[in-house]
Design a protein around this ligand. Structure first.
Ligand code: 5MM
Length: 341
């Protein structure tokens, strides 16, 4: 294991003013996104869409430290034949890869899932390194509901899998992003989210310890502490206070960075919440974004599958990347949001 490289990459992923673009939608998820804008989900359309984002020079050079890719994308070439990975690197950003094979129903735990993909992972990891990936991502999904979920059994199994994945990554000199996502679905309170996320994070760090994972070479990708989407919204100041309290209790200071997922928040909401969190800093770790939907939704609508609207898609993507870059520094304001829009 090349510890120096892991530390260097992990720090670059959470550099000041920058965050991570989660462009690793699996084929079924990107189809849902494209259906919403009436675009057929073909390999060429997926390539064209991702290519225009990766060629957005200001966004990529100034605000996007790394891009999480899907297996198809890491192998794809741009229209001019350049590998998409090369475009990302030329923009000064780091290519990464989603290596989990999705959250599947967990036997004996109705309504809960276990993320699969460990079998054969060391071999796949080596191939991804050769294709240019320097970090990876694995997502565990935890639900909150009124019927006693999540269970301790599903949390323990998922955190164990995350730890095994992280150890395999580091053996291949790839920085693991560990993503335990507590979903926003439901009407639970912010307090309930706090309790569940606290148990999840404490279990995760116990598992990482047991699997001898080198924490200095990892990045945490968690949910913010937020009420369920069917409950009354919390203000950015409330979200920030609960989130910072939780992470200060649960995340070791050896971890270089925390890169939040957006989890179904609107794009401006995700920016405002990140900004409120940053304004409570400095913290022992760098805090930034690793957004999928909150970075891409506006760009998808502006583009809508039309070649002549790629520039509009790039403008929308660049705007969100810039706003989140400011939020990461605690320098975002509503006036900046409006002025730059
Ligand atoms: C971009 O979406 C990622 C892949 O999802 P699927 O495997 O379900 O297609 C997802 O893991 C994403 O990286 C995280 O959930 C964060 O994305 P959001 O949209 O929540 O910021």
């Amino acid at each position: 294991m090349n510890r120096d490289q892991l530390v260097r990459i992990a720090h670059a992923m959470v550099a000041p003013g920058k965050g991570i673009l989660a462009a690793d939608e699996s084929s079924s998820t990107i189809k849902k996104r494209f259906d919403a804008i009436h675009v057929e989900s073909t390999a060429d359309n997926r390539r064209d869409y991702r290519e225009f984002m990766f060629r957005s020079a200001e966004a990529m050079r100034e605000h996007i430290s790394g891009v999480i890719l899907y297996d198809e994308t890491i192998r794809q070439h741009a229209k001019d034949g350049t590998p998409l990975v090369r475009i990302i690197e030329e923009m000064g950003s780091i290519p990464g890869i989603k290596v989990d094979e999705g959250a599947k129903p967990m036997p004996n735990f109705p309504g809960e899932t276990i993320t699969e993909g460990l079998d054969g992972l060391p071999k796949r990891m080596k191939e991804y390194y050769d294709l240019g990936a320097r970090f990876a991502k694995w997502r565990a999904v935890i639900v909150i509901d009124k019927d006693g979920r999540p269970t301790e059994g599903s949390i323990r199994a998922n955190m164990e899998a995350l730890a095994r994945y992280a150890a395999i990554c580091q053996q291949a000199d790839i920085v693991p992003i560990v993503e335990p996502e507590v979903l926003m679905d439901g009407a639970h309170t912010i307090e309930r989210n706090y309790e569940v996320t606290r148990f999840v994070l404490n279990t995760l760090y116990a598992s990482l310890y047991q699997h001898r994972v080198f924490l200095e070479g990892t990045i945490l990708k968690p949910n913010m502490v937020i009420p369920g989407e069917d409950a009354a919204k919390a203000s950015p100041d409330e979200v920030a206070a609960w989130t910072v309290k939780l992470f200060r209790n649960c995340v070791p200071v050896a971890v270089p960075g925390i890169a939040f997922l957006s989890g179904g928040q609107s794009d401006v909401e995700a920016t405002a919440n990140l900004d409120a969190i940053a304004k409570l800093g400095p913290q022992p770790w760098s805090i930034t974004f690793s957004y999928g939907r909150a970075l891409q939704a506006a760009a998808q609508h502006a583009w809508s599958g039309k070649r002549e609207q790629e520039a509009a898609g790039q403008t929308a993507f660049t705007h969100r990347a810039r706003m989140n870059g400011l939020a990461m520094l605690g320098q975002w304001t509503d006036a900046r949001e409006q002025a730059a829009a």
